[in-house]
Design a protein around this ligand. Structure first.
Ligand code: NAP
Ligand code: ZN
Ligand code: ZN
Length: 349
């Protein structure tokens, strides 16, 4: 076992504190990574503060992990010491269920073992995420990230990137399609960049009028202030797909009204409280659908990382030392992130 420093919350109400945890010695199939950057996802906050059920404490979040390989097991193929490597939201899955066989490990019947707050089958207890100096992961759940990409900005691709890439691909975002993105936060700004790079026309729906200029710079053709009914009405029936990244409960009917016939509202935001009920008529009259999507499989995550390398896409990040993590959470709650915090893990001492 290797002693490793990390930042943990001891319960749902207390600030983060520095602790020491154990990481397993790399087994034959494992890749050991020294973490350089870790993005801050709103899911980290939901989990750390027990907004979702089942948080085990101490809790160390972080699933946008990028670093360098420092050791590999004897059976590892495809990763070498010194090479850049990354870990996203999952560290294991059953490998045999239909989801796993289809490359959709996120929908594993097992279920998949999540990078933090999951059952650690190697050491017992709970998995610890990327707010740590080092992680040891099965080679099947380690990813390659091009050295061409800025590492601080590339880390958030491991969750914000894949969580938006996957539904955009699934529902066919591309030339001739108009995609609405709700919320310009970590996920939302990646959705704008990715949908634009796929060739779709992008409309951003935001509660923050001050973000309009940035949204256009990131690739949106139009920006709609979602609390302005007149602006919303102008876009009625115009969107093929909406990717909703909002981290709080909100009215979905107003968004559904923007969809064309056969349009889909895909929820990726996972607020603590449910959204108000949807009006059936709003679905029936244009054969609209409400759907959801969870991150993406490992194969698709690698495809997304390669797509981002080809198009030079990374997240727009504010770099922070780990000591500023509580402050970052407070700013995230105020929708005040431009547009992802990325933790410089060299600050962890
Ligand atoms: P974030 O950076 O905090 O962004 C959320 C954005 O939602 C805000 O920037 C804001 O954008 C908008 N917003 C916030 N409160 C709002 C409200 N009351 N009404 C309307 N809009 C509001 O969060 P994130 O990291 O992108 O994560 C977003 C959500 O996705 C979280 O619930 C997270 O847990 C979830 N998530 C899901 C998956 C998945 O696999 N499905 C993966 C990762 C994260 P504007 O200022 O532009 O309005
Ligand atoms: Zn996430
Ligand atoms: Zn499985």
């Amino acid at each position: 076992m290797i002693k490793t420093l990390g930042y943990a919350v001891p319960d749902a109400k207390s600030p983060f504190r520095r602790i020491e945890i154990d990481r397993r010695d790399p087994g034959p199939r494992d890749v050991q990574i020294e973490i350089e950057w870790c993005g801050v996802c709103h899911s980290d906050l939901h989990t750390a503060r027990s907004e979702w059920p089942g948080t085990v404490y101490p809790c160390i979040p972080g699933h946008e992990i990028l670093g360098r390989v420092s050791a590999v097991g004897s059976e590892v193929k495809g990763f070498r010491v010194g090479e850049r490597a990354a870990v996203g939201c999952m560290v294991d899955s059953c490998r045999t269920c239909p989801g796993c066989k289809a490359g959709l490990e996120q929908y594993c019947d097992g279920p998949a073992v999540f990078t933090y707050n999951g059952p650690d089958k190697h050491l017992g207890g709970t998995t610890y995420g990327g707010y740590t100096a080092r992680i040891v992961v099965d080679q099947d759940f380690a990813l390659h990230v091009s050295e061409k990409l800025d590492p601080a900005g590339a880390a958030p691709l491991l969750c914000a990137g894949i969580t938006t890439y996957s539904p955009l691909r699934h529902w066919g975002a591309g030339p001739g399609k108009t995609v609405g993105v709700v919320g310009l936060g970590g996920l939302g700004h990646m959705a704008v960049k990715l949908a634009h790079a796929m060739g779709a026309r992008v409309v951003l729906l935001t509660t923050s009028p001050g973000k309009a200029e940035d949204a256009k710079r990131l690739g949106a053709s139009d920006v709609v202030v979602s609390r302005d009914a007149a602006q919303m009405k102008k876009h009625a029936g115009s969107l093929d797909l909406i990717v909703d990244t909002v981290a709080a409960s909100h009215d979905l009917d107003a968004l559904l009204a923007l969809l064309k016939v056969d349009g889909t509202l895909c929820l990726v935001g996972a607020p603590e409280k449910p959204h108000p009920a949807v009006s059936p008529l709003n679905l029936i009259f244009r054969r609209r659908a409400v759907a959801g999507s969870l991150i993406g499989g490992i194969r698709e995550t690698q495809e997304m990382l390669d797509f981002c390398a080809k198009h030079g896409i990374v997240a727009d990040v504010e770099k922070i030392p780990i000591q500023k993590i509580d402050e970052a959470y407070e700013r995230m709650l105020k929708s005040d992130v431009k547009y992802r915090f990325s933790i410089d893990m060299s600050s962890l001492k």
